[in-house]
Design a protein around this ligand. Sequence first.
Ligand code: F0G
Length: 457
Amino acid sequence: MELPFAESWKIKMIEPIRKSTRIEREQWLKDAYYNVFQLRAEQVYIDLITDSGTGAMSDSQWASLMIGDESYAGATSFFKMKEAINRITGFEYVLPTHQGRAAENVLFSCLVKEGDYIPGNSHFDTTKGHIESRKAFAVDCTIDEARDTQLELPFKGNVDIQKLEKVLIEHRNEIPFMIITITNNTAGGQPVSMQNMREVHQLAKKYNKPVLFDSARFAENAYFIKVREKGYENKTIKEICREMFSYADAMTMSAKKDAIVNMGGFIATNIQDWYEQAKVKGIIYEGYITYGGMNGRDMNALAVGLDENTEFENLETRIKQVEYLASQLDKFHIPYQRPAGGHAIFIDAPRMLPQVPKEEFPAQTLTVELYLEAGIRGCEIGYILADRDPVTRENRFDVNDFLRLAIPRRTYTNNHMDVIAVALKNVFDRRNDITRGVIIEWEAEIMRHFTVKLKKL
Ligand code: F0G
């Protein structure tokens, strides 16, 4: 008999978590204005709000913290990190930042100006925020198929090459660069194929435009290329990563995801001019160029994490857990973005709660219901997160309305996945009784989902 699949690690340290009662949760959520970002972490049983900075570091990573070099300038930790990035991505110039959005802020301060157009595949909210706050436009060129949650495609995060070329033709002189987000978080943690990256690269060359990879989950993307794309089955993850990055001119990285650190990020590029410009902004916003908002010890852990998480076994363990949760949801016919993403399951909320009108935010309503049901904290990636259109100030309902269940790396067991699936089933079973959702009482002008105050109807 073939042995079943199991994790490629064992557990050395644990952190207790606590259950609560429904009565407690009702009060806590009311006090939080039905916004799960406003809850205290100890009010949460299983925390799926993000996979960012919430992973469990390995013993090698913890060991590397002890020999961090905290020198202000020229720390050995910086050079260890730089070496790992050079080797894994092929980019020569490396500028540390305290996290991914800081990398965006530094780089976009140099490159994005009012009236610019930046095409890409479902820009992440901070990426869009850094574009729109500079009065530029983020044009989403993701393939249309990504919108249909029930369609099974191996590379649902892809860029639509025709849409991209149209933008390139219409705004030729207003495009400083284009972005490919790997994996495509907003579309459901969906990967981009190597072929698609190659095609974008060719198009970019034709129009003489640089390509930036938003690389938060690049290693998970490489895993999907290995297991789904013809010709890559015998390549190592590190070989696949080198080829992926050969189609880009630069990357911004939130190391809190695929480098499995609690904090950290960087810019890496082969364009010397971008690096020279970014150094100046980096010093103002982040810190000197060999630490940029990071501790020496964190740069050490980042270097080790990058190496570990570009190994097949680690990625396989991680992604198989997400697939395991998906298989449990299938048993209960719960609708989600298919196939399961790399870092998360994205529940299709309007299908799950068909009675809740869009003006009452089905995905946020589902987020609330799941927390009340079992103390599980997901997060809305839908109509609230989409913010208002900067010109018309109308809500943007032309996006998918998802409840995202982000799975932290190496943190929960499959028993926790079982609890999540049954809690969702219980909500799904009473879907016809859930007829009203939530309305907004107060919101910020941009990135409102973090601080929005809601009322439950
Ligand atoms: N790009 C992508 C694709 C992201 O998913 C994130 C963060 C960022 C950039 C920004 O990085 O948080 O280090 O500043 N995503 C987290 C999430 C917050 O929950 O998906 P950051």
